[in-house]
Design a protein. Structure first.
Length: 337
């Protein structure tokens, strides 16, 4: 990998997307993954549903769609999620969901190859981020060595209805995201002037997008960028491959003291674990099972988010509809009416 050093990382605190180079061999692996993904997404809906696992809360397998945080309408897309291939011992110890593979097409080899290739860029990026905020070099890489890192393969069908985007505006929930080039334009970033600007990834490069978990642990010193995907032309479909970098399930993402000091001395984000923050997002997205909603309600996270003004109204409403809202959540919803 070229173009990366700790000295460049402080600039990332002010910019959501950072471009970096990718090795030539990894471009070939990316192309092979796109070829197989196109075959899969062109199967019938019934065939694709054969690789759908409703118990995975949208974190593995085929997922027909989702509605982004804060949005009521679903995106005009479908996607496939892949995590690490684990042994039975690792599966039980880490508590992650299993990968699900379709019968009709071999997605396992090309997607696992891409997962491994993109994963090699994780450590130097994480070390640079840790050094940029004055923390020990392995702060993030120690969390993610067995973290629930997730590869998403997205398909955006051509000609979305006028009232829908391929993907409505949102931020990513993870520590950071690695995005190699997609098969068509459409990715846009909201800049400081409130304008949506196109993000074009060169053939031999990828971009890095900071996520909500990184924003949380740095008390906002690293900023999670608001972005969307919009169809610019008629009769064009789009495929993308992104890898979401996550810590382990129970890693703490409380705002770091040094970051709190540099951002005004006040903790503006909740003390929380990775799974708590993920559960709130999945409830917001409409992907959480009843068991996950109950786990979130009992965790106390919603009350901690309310204290710092960061609780999702959509997630609170879903908990209330399920009869799982605490008095604090009910009171907050009343304030928002």
């Amino acid at each position: 990998m070229t173009g990366l050093s700790p000295n460049c990382m402080p600039q990332c605190k002010k910019s959501a997307f950072l471009p970096l180079s990718i090795r030539g061999g990894d471009v070939e692996i990316l192309d092979a993954a796109y070829d197989k993904a196109e075959e899969f997404f062109h199967l019938s809906f019934e065939q694709k549903l054969g690789a759908f696992d409703p118990s995975a809360n949208g974190q593995r397998s085929y997922v027909p769609t989702e509605s982004p945080k804060g949005q009521s309408a679903c995106d005009y897309k479908e996607f496939f999620h892949v995590g690490r291939e684990l042994t039975a011992e690792q599966q039980e110890r880490l508590g992650y969901w299993k990968n699900v593979w379709p019968d009709e097409i071999d997605l396992k080899e090309p997607l696992c190859n891409l997962f491994e290739a993109l994963g090699t860029y994780m450590v130097p990026l994480q070390e640079a981020m840790a050094e940029a905020i004055g923390e020990r070099k392995d702060l993030f890489s120690e969390m993610t060595a067995e973290g629930d890192v997730l590869l998403r393969v997205s398909h955006y069908p051509p000609n979305p209805p006028e009232n829908l985007l391929w993907a409505a505006e949102h931020t990513d929930i993870d520590l950071f995201t690695i995005l190699p080039r997609a098969t068509a334009d459409g990715l846009q970033l909201l800049n400081r002037e409130g304008e949506w600007i196109p993000v074009k990834v060169p053939e031999n490069a990828f971009i890095v997008n900071c996520g909500d978990m990184m924003e949380n642990i740095t008390n906002g010193e690293f900023h999670s960028g608001l972005h969307r995907v919009k169809a610019e032309e008629q009769n064009v479909e789009r495929y993308s491959m992104v890898i979401f970098i996550h810590p382990r399930r129970d890693d703490r993402l409380d705002p770091l003291p040094g970051c709190v000091a540099r951002t005004g001395g006040v903790r503006n984000y909740a003390n929380a674990t990775r799974i708590e923050l993920l559960e709130e997002r999945l409830v917001d997205l409409g992907l959480a099972s009843e068991a996950m909603m109950k786990e979130l309600a009992e965790s106390g996270l919603m009350e901690r988010l309310i204290e710092v003004g960061r609780a999702s109204p959509k997630a609170m409403k879903k908990l209330a509809e399920a009869g799982l809202a605490s008095p604090a959540v009910v009171a907050e919803l009343q304030k928002l009416k």
